[in-house]
Design a protein around this ligand. Sequence first.
Ligand code: GLU
Length: 283
Amino acid sequence: MRGRFAPSPTGVLHLGNLRTALLAWLYARSAGSSFLVRVEDLDVGRVRPGFAEQQLADMAAIGLDWDGEVVWQSARTSLYAEALSRLDVYECFCTRAEVAEAASAAHGPVGAYPGTCRALTDEDRARRRAEGRVPALRVAASGETVAFVDRVLGEQSGFVDDFVVRRNDGAFAYNLAVVVDDGAQGVEEVVRGADLVDSTPRQIWLGRALGLSELSYAHVPLVLGADGRRLAKRHGDVTLREVSPENAVAWMAASLGLAGSSPRDMLAGFDPARVSREPTTYP
Ligand code: GLU
């Protein structure tokens, strides 16, 4: 089950992110599989120079290793363009506020885009362009509910609306890039934080639309701070800048009920079927 970890270099990895990386590594390595790392640096508005290198160094510092060269999404835009050319897409001129309003007025599934721009005529589009609006591209999805079984969370499903595959700033959207890369890199199992489970039905749908093989999924519970909110920088000392790699690994092992002072030591006791569904708190 070839696995991967795909951080976005928008900040320093905190212990929650590192624990997810460790779990992704444990799932892959315990199955004797390869483990890849991909830098998801497409969002130029949020990516900061140096963070990717820091993230890779922090992963290495806690004892994670990976196979082959690290892949950078910013160097792969021709792959995303090629995939996009095979999809049935349409231009969407809606602002965020308009999408939210249209979604609530349509009484459809919560937050789902109701297809406002799907039926625009050429004149409608020309008028919006003349107003200075720049379109995003959305897939004309089937509007079906996609169900899947998650190795940690169990049965999951979600409605697939017409979601964005290229943003109006020209960037290829996260969902498109992830699906194209997982397919191109031969990833078989996606292990990532439970905060991303809502994107999975869209990604499964897109994988099918692009003729890719179906992946297996494990969304691992998040780490919360003492206030019960998702662990973040504002919680203070939560990165390897403040916590030593040894202490970080010791805390991760304890939180997973595993023994050992390195990821390799933890392999012997790791059982994917026993990963808790409950969030963990740090410290
Ligand atoms: N790059 C995404 C993030 O850091 C995760 C991508 C994925 O695991 O699918 O939130």
